[in-house]
Ligand binder design. Structure first.
Ligand SMILES: Nc1ncnc2c1ncn2[C@@H]1O[C@H](COP(=O)(O)OP(=O)(O)OP(=O)(O)O)[C@@H](O)[C@H]1O
Length: 290
């Protein structure tokens, strides 16, 4: 495989174990904490990053996109600088800013690098979360960083910065979420897209067992069923996407250890919904299960 930088020993071990279909592959992924819904998703993300391509993790809220990025950063043994996008994101929060500093009793102007420049210079991963929350005019600033050039002329210092070996970009997008804007085509074009769906069934059961304090198997099974029903209701347009978030489900599982499950669901899932009919729908669902 042609790579833009040498794979770490751990990566080589990982790909070898995958090729041999060994359990070591599962164990290595397990260490990072992300539970992939299928192996293709994992292999495709690892392959793209190994070849120096940017990946765009696309999926609903609380589907594990950030967890996946952290797991990839662990697998590649690459620290990760992060940018959280919002409408306020500007060149300074991406690239850095100038400030006054004291050097040898003299005041000098220093440039403090932001996450993009830091990740490029250190040759590490850069995670851009909620990439479609940024104003459309902001991110094109880093188009050159994201394509074959892997460079940027820092507008604050006028220096040309080139990415060091190992620099890679992982972005996350939650399409259709309130406040998001469609991703600019030129920007989207610079990524390989990896869809991140919610995990379900046995995998979700295992995630609940490993990540919450709930250990009653029957109750866990009910939460797994609740999750499947919520996902279906989202697909049918009956409730907002947030209702099916695995993050919220894990909170409900935890709370149900100390308070009744229905109330746990109300606090963790129902009360975040905007409309009465959505809240009623989920409450009814919970009442039929618990
Ligand atoms: N497949 C999964 N494997 C491991 N953890 C998961 C998975 N899906 C969800 N989670 C858990 O759900 C919670 C939310 O995950 P995370 O923050 O990564 O989601 P996200 O997709 O980045 O959400 P958002 O779009 O809201 O930022 C975390 O506690 C995470 O561990």
């Amino acid at each position: 495989m042609r790579t833009n930088y040498e794979l770490s020993d751990k990566m080589t071990e990982l790909l070898n174990s995958y090729n041999r279909n060994s359990n070591a592959f599962q164990e290595l992924i397990g260490e990072g904490g992300y539970m992939p819904p299928n192996q293709e998703l994992l292999i495709d993300a690892i392959s793209a990053l190994s070849m120096g391509k940017n990946i765009l993790l696309k999926g609903p809220t609380g589907a594990g996109k950030t967890k996946f990025a952290e797991t990839l950063s662990m697998l590649f043994q690459q620290p990760m600088f992060s940018v959280n996008c919002s409408v306020d994101l500007d060149a300074e929060s991406l690239l850095g800013f100038k400030t006054l500093a004291n050097k040898d009793d003299q005041q000098v102007i220093e440039f403090v690098s932001g996450p993009v420049i830091n990740a490029m210079q250190h040759g590490t991963f850069l995670y851009i979360d909620e990439i479609n929350m940024a104003k459309p005019e902001t991110l094109p600033l880093i188009n050159g960083v994201l394509d074959y050039r892997r460079t940027i002329t820092n507008p604050f210092t006028n220096e040309l910065v080139s990415a060091n070996k190992g620099f890679n970009v992982i972005a996350a997008i939650n399409e259709g979420y309130v406040g998001t804007v469609p991703l600019n085509e030129a920007l989207k074009n610079r990524f390989v897209v990896i869809e991140i769906p919610y995990i379900e069934g046995e995998q979700l059961k295992q995630l609940i067992q490993e990540n919450t304090q709930l250990n009653d198997e029957h109750t866990i099974d009910l939460f797994v069923t609740l999750s499947a029903d919520l996902i279906q209701a989202v697909v049918q347009g009956k409730i907002a996407e947030d209702a099916a978030s695995i993050r919220a489900l894990l909170d409900a599982c935890d709370l149900s250890v100390l308070i009744p499950a229905e109330r746990a669901i109300q606090r963790a899932i129902v009360d975040k919904l905007e409309e009465d009919r959505e809240r009623e729908f989920v409450l009814n669902l919970a009442a039929t299960l618990f």
